[in-house]
Every structure is written in C-alpha cells, then in structure tokens.
Design a protein around this ligand. Structure first.
Ligand SMILES: [Zn+2]
Length: 340
C-alpha cells in the first residue's frame, strides 16, 4: 500500500496546486483587497498624507479665517516653509491683511487673515517670468456646533503645494516660483484678491497661476484641469503632462455655457484671471462631502491622492520648463457665473 499512496498524494498535490492557480487567476481583485499605497514618484506619500491629516484634524476646528484653528494651521505650514528654506518677500512668510467687513456683516465675520508667501529662486532670481502656485488653507470652521474639517477642501491642496515646493528645493527650477498658501478663500477669495492687489508680489512677472483646490478625491481616477478654454496656448502643456500622468488629467470646467459647472470663478485662480493672468486650476469633481462636516481625512482614497500630487509636480515641472515658449494669451473675457 505504501508504495502506491505516494504517487496518489503527488498527483493530489499537483491537482490542488492547479486548483489554487485557477482560483487566483479567475478571482478578480475585489475592493476588499487592500491595494498598496503608491510611495510617490515625485512626492513623499508619507509626508503628503501626514500634513493633510494634521490640517484636517478636529483640533484645528475647520481652519476658519481669523480663528485660533486657522492660525494653528498657518503655523504648521509656516514651519514647512522655514524647513524648506523658501525665500521671503520682506521680513516674514506671513502677509497679514485686514478684511473690511461689508455694512451688513454678520457677527463673527472675519476681520483679518494671513497669506503665507515664499519663493524658490530660478536661474535669474528676481528677473523674468514667474510661476505662481496657490492653494488655500482656510476652510469653513465650525457651523452650528459641527466642525467642517475640509480634508479635501483644501487640506489636500495645501499639502500638495508643500510637496511641489519640496520637489523644487531639491531640483532647482529655471524660473522663480512663487508659493502662496491663501487664507479666506471660503469668504470670497479674500486672500488671493489681497495677494494680487497688495503689491507685495510683482504681478507683472507672474506669467501663469497654478491653483490647487480639492485634489484628493476621485473614485474614477480623474483630476480636472480648468483654464485651457481661456488660454488655448496651454493645451500642449496639459497634453504633455496628461500623456505620462498616473491619473486621468482632463481639461474642462471652464466654458461659460457650462454655467455652474464652469469653475473659472470658482477658487483663488479667479483673482489672477480677473487681473489678466492665465491660470490652470486643478481640482476634482464635486462629491457628496463637499462643504459638509463629513469632508474628513478618512474619506480620502490615498492611492489617488498620491498620484494626483505626483501629477501636480509633473505639471509644475512642465510649466517651469516651457514658461518662456508657451503662448500665454488670454482669450477675451466673457461673463460667467460666480461661485465659491
Ligand atoms: Zn476650496
């Protein structure tokens, strides 16, 4: 008997191995299978996620402009500027501004805010065209006792801006790049309008604004870039980035006939657009947690976010390299709906 059972067992084992292979090959990857988080080709995924989680923590109480939570967020981000050694404009990265409340302002309306501004110098500091990268760090704060953490809107964009700055501190750009973390976006682009009109930055040198606002959430791997309708000369740049990007980078949301889906006046890039400066605005499609207390860090699909941030670095590299050759003509303005 012993002599005969070994071939039988060997045959049985081979059969079981075959069954196992068949099963592994046939069974599709289900959502329960955890997909490893990409480490990031251009960004440090751990840093990106950590900063986003910190900014959207309940402790910062939704980062409302002029609130202690907003100031704490500003402090975290200022530390990053210090660590990266960005060049200051004036004495400090902090550029505080006063908000003149309208006559019918409600109690608790913001009275002051702070933009954070730093520069990474290119080959000819202080000269030539400049790229301005912006992201707002404020959010809605606390409303009716509920904290609006704004993880996607816009802890994600602020953290992505830091990731882009980190890249360029290690890979010197050709042009000066302005990095501005904006306060008061949620109250009508207060910080970006201040930045554009204050004179702190020579806006005549700003050839292009790249604005990040809500860049971490998509179930379908899609990141939109808005602005090429107004500046068709930017299409080749976007096409070049899209060809290699780990997310589907889709042009759109910038035509007047799209009405409320036209994002031309939807975030801080509006202040640049209104000043005659071309823009590329990067953001995801609205989701059910948009401007809700449920816009939390644990809702972020981290794999998409890391790929999205990688794409933003790729776009910034491409923009810096082609800033002198791009056709940056802005189409004649057409009226569009104002949204926030
Ligand atoms: Zn936003």
């Amino acid at each position: 008997m012993r002599k005969q059972i070994w071939p039988f067992l060997a045959g049985l084992s081979a059969f079981l191995v075959l069954i196992l292979f068949w099963y592994l090959n046939k069974s599709p990857v289900t959502e329960e299978v955890s997909i490893p988080v990409p480490k990031g080709q251009y960004v440090d995924a751990g840093e990106l996620l950590h900063l986003t989680e910190v900014l959207s923590n309940d402790a910062l109480a939704g980062r409302g402009i002029g609130t202690p939570g907003g100031e704490a967020a500003e402090g975290f981000l200022r530390k990053r500027f210090e660590t990266l050694g960005l060049t200051k404009i004036g004495e400090s990265y902090e550029h505080p501004f006063t908000v003149l409340p309208p006559a019918d302002a409600e109690e608790g309306a913001p009275t002051h805010g702070t933009n954070l501004i730093g520069i990474i110098e290119g080959n000819a500091p202080g000269q030539g065209k400049m790229l301005a990268i912006t992201a707002h760090y404020d959010h809605l704060g606390v409303i009716d006792g509920e904290i609006y953490n704004g993880a996607d809107d816009n802890a994600s964009g602020a953290a992505a801006l830091i990731a882009v700055a980190t890249w360029f501190t290690r890979h010197k750009p050709e042009h000066d790049i302005l990095f501005a973390l904006i306060d008061g976006e949620e109250h009508g682009f207060l910080g970006s309008r201040e930045l554009v009109r204050s004179g702190a930055v020579d806006m005549a040198r700003v050839a292009l604004n790249m604005n990040f606002d809500m860049v971490s959430r998509s179930d379908v791997n899609e990141l939109y870039v808005s602005g090429t309708y107004h500046s068709p000369g930017l299409i080749p740049l976007v096409e070049q980035v899209a060809a290699d990007a780990p997310v589907n980078l889709i042009m759109g949301h910038d035509r007047p006939e799209q009405e409320h889906d036209d994002w031309t006046l939807g975030s801080d890039h509006a202040a640049f657009y209104e000043a005659g400066i071309p823009f590329l605005y990067f953001g995801v499609e609205d989701h059910p947690d948009y401007h809700q207390p449920t816009d939390d860090f644990d809702k972020i699909p981290v794999g998409f976010f890391v790929n999205s941030a990688d794409t933003l670095v790729m776009a910034a590299i491409a923009a810096d390299e082609s800033l002198d050759t791009l056709d940056l003509t802005l189409r004649e303005k057409e009226p569009g709906p104002e949204t926030e």
